[in-house]
Design a protein around this ligand. Structure first.
Ligand code: PLP
Length: 403
């Protein structure tokens, strides 16, 4: 019945926004306060330091905008480049596509390397293009670390090695919107110059914060960057941030939420967070295999630990599965976007999540698939995921017992 109350919790399994833990919700429930008070920097200054641990950087500088990830994309480009500058970017999904389009709208010239959707960045092709650019006209390489549309993770470290092998000075721009704080990300080690993320995925917050981390090289590039910017100017932000303030009214509850989110991540331990995501993703992949279905990601090396994009069999529409799951089971699955619209549905397995929550989503996906005529065996995905979870757990226990 349209508009009827849906009892119980909504199973939110889109790959962002993710579940916001209750303690983060509570932390955001604050009365408003003066963001110019002498107490305010006590809240803000530690956020920058703690975010640096999330990016894994010592010298990088973090900026927090009241925006979504798209604003962070824009700020990373406009603060470090000038109209007419060349960029090199691989396109293999809706988000790599959108970033390229955004760059073009700012007058940047993007050399696009098309890769098959379901694969990711090809470091050899990057190296080849950079070697061919003897005049060093290419100012930056854009990489979407985790392509949320297809469930593909690319090897950012290999891209850095490709840039170095070509002895090219291009800066490395990385979209970590659906990887940072869920999949290992190493800003310093990979020589990333601009990394961007949003609040609504691994950070377990509502959407509303766009976060950028800039290297010293990126900061040096600011002085020659002529792209137009005003609200997103790093300069205004950094001058105000240095003393703990903002050049405009900050999104106060989100900053309190961010403080709690960083505490939650620290308590679990970042490496444990990554391991948990890998563990859960293994369960989702085991379910897909048991259903006899295929991931959009073509090979295990592309498998994403934050989102699985599951191809529906020929003759079926992924949108029907998603609609059925939502209406009948109160389960939100991710849609197929653009080129893969209707061809797949996505299970986001990132953020504040455990085995039983994911098993619920797998069970719901099974029911929705059966309702739309896809012949999978009830319980097959659930059982495979359980076996994966138990197998991994049992192996861990055996290892501990043996030690
Ligand atoms: N990049 C990636 C990889 C994404 O998954 C998204 C959103 O899902 C974006 C960028 C855009 O971020 P936002 O929707 O927060 O603007």
């Amino acid at each position: 019945m349209a508009g009827a109350r849906k009892p119980g919790r909504n199973f939110l399994f889109v790959p962002g926004p993710t579940n916001v833990p209750d303690r983060i919700l509570r932390a955001m429930h604050v009365v408003m306060e003066d963001h110019r008070s002498s107490d305010f920097p006590k809240l803000t200054l530690p956020l920058y330091e703690d975010l640096k641990k999330i990016f894994k950087t010592k010298d990088g500088q973090v900026v927090i905008y009241p925006s979504s990830g798209t604003g962070a994309w824009e700020s990373a480009l406009t603060n470090t480049l000038s109209p007419g500058d060349k960029l090199l970017a691989a396109r293999f999904g809706q988000f790599s596509h959108l970033w390229i389009e955004l760059a073009k709208r700012h007058g940047l010239e993007v050399i696009v390397q098309e890769e098959e959707w379901g694969t990711g960045v090809n470091p050899d092709r990057i190296e080849e293009a950079l070697r061919a650019d003897r005049a060093h006209a290419i100012k930056g390489v854009l990489v979407v670390h985790n392509e949320t549309a297809t469930g593909v993770t690319s090897n950012v470290g290999a891209v850095r090695r490709a840039i170095d092998a070509a002895k090219h000075p291009a800066m490395l721009y990385v979209d970590g919107v659906s990887s940072i704080a869920s999949i290992d990300f190493r800003f310093d080690e990979w020589g990333v110059d601009l990394a961007i993320t949003g609040s609504q995925k691994g950070l377990m917050l509502p959407a509303g914060l766009g976060i950028v981390c800039a290297s010293q090289k990126a900061l040096a590039a600011m002085k020659d960057a002529k792209c137009r910017k005003a609200y997103f100017d790093f300069g205004d932000q950094m001058r105000a941030n240095a003393t703990g303030y903002f050049p405009y009214t900050p999104a106060l509850p989100l900053l309190y939420g961010l403080r709690e989110s960083l505490a939650v991540l620290q308590e679990e331990g970042l490496e444990n967070v990554f391991a948990r995501h890998h563990h859960l993703a293994g369960g989702a992949r085991a379910a897909v295999q048991a259903w006899g279905l295929k991931l959009c990601a073509k090979e295990p090396k592309w498998h994403s630990d934050t989102v699985s994009a599951i191809m529906v069999p020929q003759g079926f529409n992924g949108a029907d599965v998603i609609d059925r799951a939502y209406r009948r089971y109160n389960l939100a699955l991710g849609a197929g976007l653009s080129q893969v619209a209707g061809k797949l549905f996505r299970i986001g397995h990132l953020g504040d999540l455990n085995e039983l929550m994911l098993l619920g989503a797998i069970a719901g996906a099974e029911m929705a698939m059966r309702d739309t005529g896809i012949e999978i065996e009830f319980g097959s995905g659930v059982a495979a995921a359980q076996a994966h979870f138990r197998g991994v757990q049992a192996a861990k226990e055996t290892k501990v017992a043996a030690e």
